[in-house]
Ligand binder design. Sequence first.
Ligand code: NAP
Length: 252
Amino acid sequence: MTRDVDSSPGWQEVPHRLRCGQALGEPWESLFVGLRPASTVVGQIGQSLDGRIATVSGHSSDINGPQGIAHLHRLRALVDAVVVGAGTVRADDPQLTVRCVSGPSPVRVVIDPRGTLPAESRAFANDGVHRIVITRQETRVDVAEDVETIALPDSDGRIEPRAILDALVERGLRRILIEGGAQTVSSFLSASCLDRLHVVVAPMILGSGIAGLDLPPIADMTGALRIPMRAHALGSDVLFDCDLRSGGPTGR
Ligand SMILES: NC(=O)c1ccc[n+]([C@@H]2O[C@H](COP(=O)([O-])OP(=O)(O)OC[C@H]3O[C@@H](n4cnc5c(N)ncnc54)[C@H](OP(=O)(O)O)[C@@H]3O)[C@@H](O)[C@H]2O)c1
C-alpha cells in the first residue's frame, strides 16, 4: 500500500506548506483552512464548559488536555507573531514558544502600555526569536536593547487594536495569533480585528473565575454575534473554529 504524501502530509510539513500556499491534506486542511490567507488574525481561548479561562486567582494551566495544548502550539508554529496582554505575562510568565510539536516559534509580542513588566519575563528571553513590546508613547519600558519597542498613541491608556495590527503588518508579520488573555482577545474581537476565533473547550466546570470573553452588553438576542463554526474533536477537548468574517451583524 502506498501512502499519498501529497494529500496526507505529516505535521512537520504543515508549517512550510501553509507558508508556501500548498494544500495541507487531511486532517490539517480541515483544521487550518481558515489560516490559509497570508493575512489572518486568529484569537484563541482555552476554556472550561462554563466559559472560564482561569480561576479567580488567575490560575489557568491544565485547563486543556494534551491535544488541546498541542493545538495551541501548532497555531503558534503556523503564525508569524503571537500576541499577549500584560495580564497574561503577570499571571503565567509564558514562554510563547513551540515546544509540544515541531515547528518554528513565532515573533513574541507583549502589550504593556504602562511598562510594568520585568525585563526578565520569559516572553522577552533572548532565544533567537524576535520580541516586541507594544506600549504607549509616553511610557518608558524596561526591556533589553534587542527587544523592539513600538510606542503607539492611546486614549485613556487604551491602544487601538487596529493600530497594533497595522504596526505588526508594517514589519511583515501578517499571520497573527491573539493568544490571550480575556481582555486582550475581547478588545480585538470588539474592534472587529479577528478573522477567526479558536475556542478549545475542556470537559470541566470551574463555576467561577475569569470569563473567556467580556464584551459590551447587548439589549436582546438580536444583538448576539452568530458565527459560522466547525467543531473538531481534540482528544477530550473540542475545538470550535469560528469564522468571524462570515458572521451576521453583531450590534456591537
Ligand atoms: N486559557 C487561556 O486560553 C488563556 C490564555 C491566556 C491567558 N489566560 C489567563 O488570562 C488571565 C489574564 O487575562 P486578563 O484578561 O486579565 O489580561 P490580558 O488580556 O492578558 O492583559 C490585559 C492587559 O494587557 C494590556 N493591554 C491589552 N490590550 C491592550 C490595549 N489594546 N491597550 C492597552 N493595554 C492593553 C493592559 O495592560 P495593563 O494591565 O498593564 O494596563 C491590560 O490590562 C490570566 O489568568 C491567564 O492565566 C488564559
